[in-house]
Ligand binder design. Structure first.
Ligand SMILES: O=P(O)(O)OC[C@H]1O[C@H](O[C@H]2O[C@H](CO)[C@@H](O)[C@H](O)[C@H]2O)[C@H](O)[C@@H](O)[C@@H]1O
Length: 346
């Protein structure tokens, strides 16, 4: 579950990220069309009006730092692109590195498959992107790895044949008997379920407290309130995303661990004939990029127009380039499997 404690409009959101209760979510996949109540946003804050007031504030600096850092100025762009070349420009080299290996694809959602927009509920992916993901998943095991709760991200992507790792990888589910190797199991896993009671408690407390905060000009109040509540919960930690405060269990589980778990579940643990590709745009995706570096396998691709500190090896500038990359990947795979229908990608 990723619970959003929220306010009148949409600039900053306080979120509680944790796995969903096992009983409900392991019994139905794909989830129902409408996200369940605890996956919905309950409270949202519009803090844009107070932006000037907090620009120098430590929270703002911390929020800014939650995205990978920008290099000091544009002249470093060329250097950065040398270190993190375009995955499109280097597509042939990338394919050569993957030759003879099983590609497994991991895709972040926000900022990768859908453009970043003001309202998180309107971060829809285009039909063209959905089609590109659907087609590439015909060839390669494909997982969506998101900070959003699993139901919510499924309701955006709507492809039942994929694996979904929601709540920053804490809540993983895949389709049965799809892409599984002989030694693989059906994928379903939830990390940190023991935190569910305390997460429920904090969610209730924060929801009640947020009702007393008017919104727009009070985002420091939101931050202080969240921090103050968390003082009583040493087993929970506060992290920042883009305009998002997130409360998570203090467990060593992240998108990198989710990637490792999925590879193992798919039967690829300890094999050198697998080539994972992870595409993401946010700081939370860095854990997955680092995991790939540590494993010495596959590649990470950062989605960014600007130079940023990253453990990814390659880059793509935006979701449009991600779509192009997926299309190229699918086209090249199709050359090895000509019986499959041809791609609609241009
Ligand atoms: O791991 P991701 O799939 O990238 O999800 C990360 C967060 O995405 C959402 O927030 C971000 O995207 C919103 C829509 O474009 C944007 O309005 C917001 O400012 C971004 O932080 C989602 O709302 C969060 O719960 C996810 O953690």
């Amino acid at each position: 579950m990723t619970k959003h404690a929220a306010y009148p409009s949409e600039d900053v959101v306080a979120v509680v990220a944790a796995p969903v209760p096992v009983s409900r979510h392991f019994t139905s996949f794909p989830p129902l069309k409408d996200a369940p109540l605890d996956c919905k946003k309950h409270v949202v804050v519009d803090l844009s009006a107070s932006r000037d007031a907090i620009m120098g504030g430590s929270w703002f600096e911390s929020m800014k730092a939650s995205s990978p850092r920008h290099a000091d100025d544009a002249e470093h762009h060329g250097d950065w692109m040398e270190k993190h070349p375009s995955a499109l420009a280097q597509f042939e080299a990338l394919l050569a590195a993957a030759k003879g290996k099983q590609i497994v694809l991991f895709l972040d959602y926000d900022g990768t498959l859908s453009p970043i927009v003001e309202d998180p509920d309107r971060a829809v992916m285009s039909e063209e992107m959905r089609e590109a993901v659907r087609r590439v998943a015909e060839h390669f095991p494909t997982a969506i790895v998101s900070g959003r709760c699993r139901d919510k991200v499924f309701n955006f992507v709507k492809l039942t044949e994929l694996y979904y790792a929601g709540s920053h990888g804490m809540d993983i589910q895949g389709p049965a008997n799809h892409h599984l190797q002989a030694n693989a199991e059906v994928v379903h896993y939830q990390a940190g379920t023991e935190f569910l009671p305390v997460i429920e408690e904090v969610f209730g407390t924060l929801t009640a407290k947020m009702e007393a905060i008017a919104g727009a000009k009070e985002w420091n109040a939101v931050n202080e309130e969240v921090r103050s509540v968390l003082k009583d919960y040493p087993n929970l930690k506060l992290t920042h995303g883009r305009k998002v405060l997130e409360i998570r269990p203090s467990i060593k589980w992240d998108k990198g661990k989710a990637l490792e778990f999925l590879l193992k579940s798919l039967g690829y643990a300890g094999r050198n004939d697998v080539f994972p590709i992870y595409i993401g745009d946010d700081r939370t995706d860095e854990d997955a990029f680092k995991m790939l570096r540590n494993m010495g396998q596959g590649i990470g691709i950062l989605v960014s127009r600007l130079p940023k500190e990253t453990a990814a090896s390659y880059s793509l500038s935006d979701p449009t380039e991600v779509k192009e990359f997926l299309c190229k990947l699918e086209k090249s795979a199709k050359e090895d499997a000509p019986d499959l229908a041809s791609s609609g990608c241009t």
